[in-house]
Design a binder for this molecule. Structure first.
Ligand code: GLY
Length: 355
């Protein structure tokens, strides 16, 4: 169990849940526990929660359908109704057992219920373990815009147990790796042994405790400095300006991309665009090599450029009508770059030349 990682007084425990969660609960006094899961995490993960949960407070379980399409205010209304039916008061604890959708939406429902009850994240996907569950971003999609409505509020704690990784399909596991490579790129650790062992995960079981501890530490260090994302936290959006647009374009296609795949494309394109602007992302070529090795990525038709550009104009990081990307020019040092439609075209050309 590792609790050396904190944002304010929000600890991240990495290790078996049976150690960390029971000990943590023993030090608290909640009136009730409300566990939010989806059909998948209810089926594969719920029974792994410590049996002792009921010793600390009555447990209410609520299960929703899985998927990003459910991450909206309609589902929140259903969750709030369930909280009401369960008689959840302000001393209750909401437990989000799942990936990014459950964590973001369950967190949002918790911080808005009766003006805020405590919540914990128990991420069950690699993506949520390394990124979504950390840093307190909560919210839902609205009117076609991802995460348009939400607040930043740190969870009472995050409990990360690599055991859950065994429940994931291969493609979902790889999806989370993009954010781990991103954290390594941001912190200048792409040449480190731990990232090398991740890249070789097909031949030997990686040490997930070490990988997650290192990856999460990069994120918590940055979030501690800038919890509200007014400055350096934007560095965590490396690859996401183009990546989110690509994810949106493919979402309704017959071959939707995972978040990690889309962000991998985004990181390859954006670090090349940075180079066009004389900004050197440390170990750019190594990063590109890793991403091409881990992910099976599609060719992107030039006809997509217009749609992608239109979507990028909606990006939350934009300022004064400029489309912005954020990248490291040295370990943990952020550069913000305004890019043009022609930069996007050249980035996509470069990317296609590698596929
Ligand atoms: N996913 C990036 C952040 O939490 O800031």
């Amino acid at each position: 169990m590792s609790a050396g990682i904190h944002i304010e007084d929000s600890p991240v425990f990495i290790g078996p849940l049976s150690d960390s969660l029971s000990v943590w609960l023993r030090s608290k006094n909640f009136s009730a526990v409300f566990v939010l899961s989806d059909n998948n995490t209810n089926r594969y993960c719920f029974s792994y929660l410590p049996k002792s949960l009921e010793d600390y407070a009555p447990v209410h379980s609520f299960v929703i359908e899985p998927g990003e399409s459910r991450k909206n205010l309609d589902t929140c209304a259903i969750i709030w109704s369930e909280m009401k039916n369960a008689g959840l008061d302000r001393k209750a604890l909401v437990v989000n057992l799942g990936g990014g959708v459950i964590g973001d939406m369950g967190g949002f429902c918790a911080v808005t219920w009766k003006r805020g009850v405590e919540f914990i994240q128990i991420p069950t996907t690699l993506l949520a373990m390394t990124d979504a569950a950390i840093g307190g971003k909560t919210g839902v999609d609205f009117d076609g815009i991802k995460n348009a409505v939400g607040v930043i509020r740190q969870p009472a704690a995050v409990f990360t147990d690599p055991f859950f990784l065994k429940t994931l399909p291969d493609r979902e596991l790889r999806s989370g790796m993009a954010e781990i490579f991103k954290h390594a790129a941001i912190s200048g650790e792409l040449s480190s042994g731990w990232i090398n062992s991740l890249a070789r995960f097909e031949s030997s079981e990686p040490d997930w405790i070490e990988i997650l501890t290192r990856s999460v530490s990069v994120k918590t260090d940055i979030v501690r400095k800038d919890p509200e994302e007014k400055g350096v936290r934007m560095l965590l959006n490396m690859g996401h300006t183009i990546g989110h647009a690509i994810e949106s374009v493919f979402i309704d296609s017959s071959h939707p991309l995972t978040h990690g795949e889309a962000i991998a494309v985004g990181m390859i394109c954006e670090s090349y665009i940075a180079q066009l602007h004389k900004i050197t992302v440390p170990d750019k070529d190594l990063l590109t090599d890793y991403l091409l090795k881990i992910f099976e990525l599609p060719q992107l038709s030039g006809e997509l450029t217009e749609t992608l550009w239109h979507l990028m104009l909606q990006d939350k990081k934009n300022a004064s009508g400029n489309v912005r990307i954020t990248l490291p020019d040295a370990p943990r040092s952020m550069r913000v770059l305004n890019i043009s439609r022609s930069d996007l075209e050249r980035g996509l050309e470069y990317y296609n030349s590698l596929i």
